[in-house]
Design a protein. Sequence first.
Length: 540
Amino acid sequence: MEDMDSSVEEKLDLEAENKFLNFEDHFISAVQERIKKNPDRALEHLQACEAIYPDHAAMLYEKAKVYYDLKDYTRAHEYCDRLIQQKPDYFWGKKLKTDLFLAEQNLEDALVIQKQLYKDKPGEAYALLKLYVRLRDDEAARKLIAEIDKNAIYVPNIASYKKRFKYKQAVVAEDKPEKVTPEKKIEQRVEEKAKEERVQTADPKDLKKTSEIKKDYTALVRARDYHKLYALSQEEIYKHPVEPLHYLYNGIALAKLKKPDEAADILEMGLDFLFDNNKLKSQFYQQLIDVYNVLKNEKKVTHYRKLNTTTSDLSSASPKHIMKAYKHSLFKANTLSVKLNTTLAVEGREQSMTVKLRMKKDEVIWMSAQYMGLSVAKMMITPGSIKFYDKLNGSFYDGDFEFLKRKLGVDLSFDHLQSLLLGQAFNGFKETNYDTHMENNQLVVTYDPYIDGLFLLFSLDTEVLKLSKVETHDDHKGLLVRYIDYQHIDKEYIPLSVEAKFTEDHEVRTQLKMVYSNVRLNETLSFPFKIPEGYTPLNF
């Protein structure tokens, strides 16, 4: 009986797999036909997809796109609405809905959605500005241009729009809100948070970067407003119970509010979540020394003084000392698996995509680009080769790193790519022809020249011993990478948010943003890769 059950289960699994593969084949074919401007053929494949999975989001989106291309806006709205009902926060669904309204000259409804898109993605400022132009809303356009200026948002031909609307800084000066002090802003935010429903698991959209929270904490300490400091840090502990920074400032607040016993408890609790951050450890130890002095517990004071003397603050150490410590902090895990949420902007046109990244240190980097949950492209990089194929265009490349040099204008090796993905310096500072200096607790290392006249600069964050910036360029092309934040996972610091800019003749041509999530280390990974038959080779 058990064998019969097992065979039935295997048959069901096989049927489900074949069903999905059939769907995937039709879906990829549909996308290819749409790109080739064969909408009727695309619809045939999408009808087959709908027969297999009637509510699949990818199918709904593609079908809406095809009907949009055919100017059948009624059917396009139908499928777009079904998609948005299923995925209300899906950016490209809302973007398509805006395009439909614009095609129908329904500017008012298009404006409602475009404002939402701009709120979610500042890069949508250009589309919003063009919409204000069509609506002849000069006042709204000037206000938007002020925001574009303030937030340094890239908008093509922004100078011509400024000229058109006679934009000057003074034009919007009267619209500026009353100046609010940092303390008042924090007070407002704490009051707003107190009204919100608390949940144990924080929504990723609601996460605030540690660096930003730290600025709030610092402002409250300077203002000596320890009641608000306690309220804010208590709220953050509730939302992010494994982040030690919140325990530190909660302990500081309790100590200043004359509650040393509670301060000691919360500080020692925070130490349990602290690993390799020596600077933060030193701050914890000093606060515990002060608290136990108040409590007249000499044994504890001696204990934390000993620990504090063995914890060095690298921000005041010599460059040689910092670089030595850095070499001991390099990525040690054997494998890495990450989900990358990427946004690529080429001359103002944005495209978002999810990329699965797998890496075996020093051996292979594997990536799979996902479109609506389906794999549409794969790349595999080894120290000696680059291979990739694109299902949508039916093309592939199988060659060396000359491909990247021609595409990006920057000579990159396997080690360079691995280092950039991990937030590490190229070759681990093995070369000796560099200069160093300290700048805002950052160790700045410059090579001028690095190789063949190439300028290269690294900024090393002394707190986490990871890069905060990489800059390299020659006379014409360049690359700038900024590491916005890191996350601490299994004794490794992994980038959390990264931004890269590729320039040509001092103009930004391409921008890439990546957010790392679902990080897993030291797991057994597979790297499936096979170029499909019949694909066209790319030659450079």
